[in-house]
Design a protein around this ligand. Structure first.
Ligand SMILES: [Zn+2]
Length: 121
């Protein structure tokens, strides 16, 4: 059994255009913290896959927080990549995570093309 732990589980899209913003945000907001970071096309679009990854993070690393990041102009969403749709999917993902792991704090972000992180409440 593994005994190493970390603070957070972070999901974002694979889109290369956003990686520099995410890395910058992480180095600022997760400074000194450890996290599991996974990238999937569409961010939280495929929650079935993400829940599998999250389970491993919870079971092995006893994380306290999940940070879910979707972004503007996401190719995995295509024409459906609207602010409303991303907000809806992020909130739905949060509900599912909270229902499955009530101990986790879930934070949502919508990442704009210019690198701005918009917190979704
Ligand atoms: Zn994307």
């Amino acid at each position: 059994m593994s005994t190493h732990t970390c603070d957070s589980f972070i999901v974002s899209c694979i889109d290369f255009r956003f990686q520099k913003y995410i890395q910058k945000w992480l180095s600022k907001n997760m400074k000194g913290k450890k996290y599991d970071y996974v990238g999937f096309a569409g961010g939280v679009k495929d929650m079935k896959t993400i829940m599998g990854q999250l389970k491993i993070s919870v079971d092995l690393h006893h994380i306290k927080q999940a940070i879910l990041i979707n972004h503007e102009e996401c190719g995995a969403y295509g024409k459906l990549s609207t602010h409303d749709r991303h907000e809806k999917d992020l909130k739905k993902a949060k509900k599912l995570v909270e229902k499955t792991y009530p101990q986790l704090k879930v934070t949502l972000f919508y990442l704009h093309l210019d690198g701005k992180f918009e917190k979704i409440k």
